[in-house]
Design a protein around this ligand. Structure first.
Ligand SMILES: Nc1nc2c(c(=O)[nH]1)N[C@H]1C(S)=C(S)[C@@H](COP(=O)(O)OP(=O)(O)OC[C@H]3O[C@@H](n4cnc5c(=O)[nH]c(N)nc54)[C@H](O)[C@@H]3O)O[C@H]1N2
Ligand SMILES: Nc1nc2c(c(=O)[nH]1)N[C@H]1C(S)=C(S)[C@@H](COP(=O)(O)OP(=O)(O)OC[C@H]3O[C@@H](n4cnc5c(=O)[nH]c(N)nc54)[C@H](O)[C@@H]3O)O[C@H]1N2
Ligand code: SF4
Ligand SMILES: [Mo]
Length: 892
């Protein structure tokens, strides 16, 4: 079969993929012709071939717990929505969408709700992600547009990363930055982040600022630029408005570097170094993401950055600009169709009645909405109040990702009708749905996505639908037709939906709306099939390849001028006594959000198998916590139990937790139960980077490793609600790391789990809490194994995994309860650094000690870092650490 070109389903870099499908596996490589990645893929993209199994997929629709066929499911959804509307009006119906939907899915969902059902309560997980950037762009430029493009990276010489850990979250773009740093000695990378992230490994300067103090830092930069005569007065005069007020406001709090130093809690010389770098380098690109957006003043942070670019005229020109990094593969596409509650459609919001009427006319909409709907946090609040009585959630997992996650869970649990479309059988959100709809996932679905640089690429199907799964756009259209809306939803292909979306973007658009892809409205099915990646705008009058916007200094505001925004730093109140620690959250290199896809790949799970909290050594000492111990974090929202990871990467008094763990993977690790629903008043985006918590040690009476052939069921897992449990799929079995209080002793535990000892059951330790070991073999096949006590530390997980993969030999049976093959070499359970070649930190330490003093040499010896390169920043960090220790020892 010939290769199929498609796009990665993960981050907003939007890498092109070449897929070659054989009968069982897919050979996934980077598409060398795709302008986002030119053939590269990161560790997640490289592992996509391992995510294509039908195991765990949702294969049939279900209504109230029973499998059914599509006609029954569609009429259940349609009737449920119609009854809700009949009884309580259209405002009682809501949709919660996602940047992981394709543009075509998003378009029909938005059209159905805002034009036909007549409810504006459509919001999306982009509210948690891009809303502050959208609001900041609109304030400054009059439209939600990213001015620059990826080509700017190769032309830039200064990269400023603000609240973005690109090494892990936008890895392929980060590699493009690293290539520039290597090729141009004068090029510099500055990272602005309260914690030392993997991106700092390549940086010349890391400003480890007080969380939330970015506005002050950039106001200080604006003052500095003015003071040093580094403004582009000509650009300011011709193309902008509001400079004087913005500068005056900046100077009120940040006239001097000393003021900034004290507010941001940074050394003055570091701030000066950054300011001088920025002032003297016209080719400066400021890339920002969630450390900026997810804050109570996220929109202000965005504008504080944009202000500095407008003041220096560094926008619309090659190699410079403010650059918002989108998170999800189609975060940008969702903004194009108008999926946010404060947008209507096609970059038209609710401020211009004439423009709104155009949408109604174009759609021939019977019930066009006229007011913004509820934003995500408000939407779930309205569900809790009982005002919204039916909600359809697609391609997002709010029980894991929304702030106040337990409150969201309770709200959905009492909502009369919860419809969830997902691709997997069990997710935290799907598990509480009344109606479950099986959607096609990446590799099966067909349509378009738009990446961070406004580039539209095709995702193409590689394989037939599993079970009865259907494309999201098809499901929505079938529901629409069942509700009687036949004329607007008779599409027979994704291509037809795309053509209508493209036509709407150009409808009566004589240049006032930035988003215009009208030249694509007349694509034939064949042309759509062949569509090559292209950046918008795409109009007949605008030559393709006009990659950079605002080159002419014209913006989308009424008078064409960009707006400076006068800003003040909001002051952080001191932490409350009962919850004295500040909690930050974010992403890991090898996981994607709630881990539904990446968590099934054994190799990806090994990088960070357990949920953790990073804390500074001073805090560890204060709370008496040792590396690897369990700790409890709590506040009014709930509590988490996590492994302690002690590191000076954190600032004292501040903690970091990954956002990824769900109830499917751990008993008490859904980070979002601890985040309050504080939102930015302009964008409505919640502050998912800052919460207050208390910490204390969690001391289980005994710890154990449980391996099972079959995953534990939801009711089995419920036994661990008050204990610590973390699940790690190993390939042939599941491993569960357990920390139990004495309320559940080993035998009792096995009894309650209904794990009955089989043919070969051994039980040593006689029911004591430590040293208990037991296993069951049925039909020569290992079923489960429980190891507590010393065997725990020695267990060789990869050997144990093999024992589950087929019939077990007599020799291995005898070894089982020791957890390892024999007395030979100890198992290497150290951290997995290179997921592609399975290289762990112990082997890397040994190689460094034996003389490997560069990443190149490590690669030559161990292969690590030679495939996707995602682990290179960690290899550099290990090298630095180990070499400095060796030098210290030699110097001593
Ligand atoms: N591996 C991986 N990659 C992903 C994803 C994933 O799940 N896994 N998700 C994708 C998505 S949807 C998104 S939105 C992007 C997000 O990409 P990023 O924004 O890079 O991701 P985060 O790790 O959430 O947060 C970035 C950094 O913000 C810092 N930060 C916290 N508070 C502040 C502050 O007050 N000021 C500043 N300057 N920094 C602060 C955090 O310490 C963190 O290092 O990643 C995308 N890429
Ligand atoms: N504390 C904290 N919380 C955060 C963040 C943070 O940094 N810190 N980041 C926020 C951000 S930026 C984001 S983007 C969100 C992400 O959070 P979510 O959107 O909730 O996370 P995902 O796990 O990506 O959820 C996607 C769901 O869609 C399913 N799915 C995948 N493909 C398809 C498809 O084609 N169709 C359908 N119907 N379903 C599909 C997946 O199985 C999965 O269940 O989390 C937010 N929450
Ligand atoms: S950087 Fe990685 S996750 Fe992002 S699109 Fe490229 S391959 Fe996918
Ligand atoms: Mo995101």
């Amino acid at each position: 079969m010939s290769d199929i070109l498609t796009t990665c389903p993960y981050c907003g870099v939007g890498c092109g993929i070449r897929a070659n499908l054989t009968s069982q596996a897919a050979d996934i490589t980077g598409d060398s012709a795709h302008p986002a990645n030119f053939g590269r893929l990161c560790v997640k993209g490289s592992a996509l071939g391992q995510t294509l199994s039908a195991e765990g997929r949702l294969l049939h629709p279900q209504v109230n717990g029973d499998d059914c066929d599509w006609p029954a499911a569609i009429s259940a959804v349609a009737e449920g929505l119609q009854q809700t509307i009949a009884g309580h009006g259209p405002g009682a119906v809501a949709m919660y969408l996602s940047g992981q939907l394709l543009t075509e899915d998003y378009y029909v969902a938005n059209k159905l709700m805002k034009g036909f059902i007549g409810s504006a309560h459509v919001d999306t997980n982009s509210r948690l992600c891009m809303a502050s950037t959208v609001a900041g762009h609109k304030r400054a430029f009059g439209a939600d547009v990213v001015p620059g493009c990826y080509d700017d990276i190769e032309q830039a010489r200064l990269f400023v990363l603000v609240g973005a850990n690109m090494a892990w979250n936008h890895p392929v773009l980060f590699q493009r930055i690293q290539a520039v740093l290597q090729a141009k000695p004068e090029a510099k990378l500055v990272v602005i982040d309260p914690r030392r992230s993997a991106s700092c490994e390549a940086a010349q300067l890391h400003l480890k600022l007080r969380p939330g103090s970015d506005v002050l830092l950039f106001n200080g930069l604006l003052s500095f630029l003015a003071q040093q005569g580094k403004l582009d007065q000509c650009f300011i005069n011709l193309h902008t408005e509001g400079f004087a007020q913005a500068l005056a406001s900046a100077q009120q709090q940040a006239a001097t570097v000393a003021q900034v130093a004290s507010g941001c809690d940074l050394p003055a010389d570091q701030i000066l170094q950054f300011y001088r770098c920025f002032a003297n380098e016209p080719l400066s690109l400021t890339l920002f993401s969630q450390g900026v957006n997810q804050a109570v003043d996220g929109t202000d942070k965005v504008n504080a950055i944009i202000n500095c670019h407008l003041a220096t005229g560094r926008i619309g020109k090659p190699g410079c600009g403010p650059f918002s990094l989108t998170g999800q593969p189609n975060a940008m596409g969702g903004r194009e169709v108008g999926g946010l509650a404060n947008q209507l459609a096609a970059h038209i919001d609710y401020t211009d009645k004439a423009q709104q009427a155009l949408v109604g006319e174009f759609w021939q909409a019977p019930k066009l909405v006229s007011q913004p709907g509820y934003k995500a946090v408000e939407l779930f609040d309205a569900i809790e109040r009982g005002e919204i009585k039916a909600v359809w959630i697609m391609a997002t997992n709010p029980l894991v990702s929304m702030p106040q996650a337990d409150k969201v869970k309770a709200a959905l649990a009492k909502c009369p009708l919860v419809i969830v479309s997902d691709i997997y059988q069990h997710t935290d959100t799907l598990d509480i749905a009344n109606i479950k709809l099986p959607a096609l996932g990446w590799s099966e679905k067909d349509g378009t996505v738009t990446n961070s640089e406004r580039r539209i690429s095709r995702q193409r199907a590689l394989s037939p639908p599993p079970g009865q799964a259907k494309a999201d756009w098809q499901i929505i259209c079938e529901v629409a037709r069942a509700m009687g809306f036949t004329h607007g939803f008779s599409f027979s292909s994704a291509a037809e939906v795309f053509a209508e979306h493209a036509a709407l973007s150009g409808y009566q658009n004589s240049g006032q709306r930035a988003f215009n892809i009208s030249a694509l409205a007349r694509l034939s099915a064949e042309q759509y099939q062949q569509l090559t990646p292209m950046q918008w705008p795409v109009t007949d009058t605008r030559p393709q390849g006009t990659a950079r916007l605002f080159a002419d200094g014209q913006f989308f505001t009424a008078n064409g001028k960009a707006q400076f925004i006068a800003l003040r730093q909001r002051l952080l109140s001191p932490a409350a006594v009962a919850t004295p620690l500040w909690l930050n959250s974010g992403r890991l290199r090898d996981q994607w959000h709630s881990m539904t896809r990446t968590g099934s790949v054994a190799g990806l799970m090994q990088h960070t198998p357990e949920p953790f909290v990073t804390l500074h050594p001073a805090d560890a000492a204060l709370y008496g916590v040792m590396q690897g111990e369990l700790v409890q974090l709590s506040n009014a929202g709930g509590r988490l139990v996590l492994r302690a990871d002690i590191s000076a990467n954190q600032r004292p008094g501040e903690l970091f937790v990954p956002m990824h763990w769900s109830a499917q993977f751990a008993s008490q690790a859904r980070a979002d139960v601890l985040f309050a629903a504080d939102t930015d008043p302009i964008s409505g985006q919640p502050a998912l980077k800052l919460s207050q918590v208390a910490l204390r040690r969690f001391t289980p009476k005994w710890q154990a490793l449980l391996f099972t052939k079959q995953p534990l069921t939801t009711s089995q897992l419920a036994l661990f609600n008050q204990h610590y449990l973390a699940r790690v799929p190993l390939g042939s079995c599941q491993s569960y790391r357990l920390g139990l209080t004495d309320a559940l002793a080993p035998r009792q535990l096995l009894q309650q789990l209904q794990l009955t000892p089989g043919v070969c059951c051994s039980d040593s330790g006689q029911g004591q809490l430590t040293g208990y070991r037991a296993a069951a073999i049925d039909n020569n096949q290992l079923q489960w194994l429980l190891l507590a006590g010393p065997a725990l530390r020695q267990a060789d997980q990869s050997w144990l995994n093999q024992q589950f993969s087929g019939p077990i030999s007599a020799a291995n049976r005898r070894q089982l309860l020791s957890g390892r093959a024999g007395q030979g070499k100890a198992a290497d359970n150290s951290a997995l650094i290179c997921s592609c070649f399975n290289v762990r930190s112990l082997a890397i330490f040994q190689a460094i000690t034996a003389g490997a003093d560069s990443t190149a040499k490590l690669g030559k010896q161990l292969n690590c870092g030679t495939n996707c390169g995602s682990c290179l920043p960690e290899l550099s960090a290990l090298l630095k650490r180990q070499l400095s220790q060796t030098n210290l020892l030699q110097g001593a």
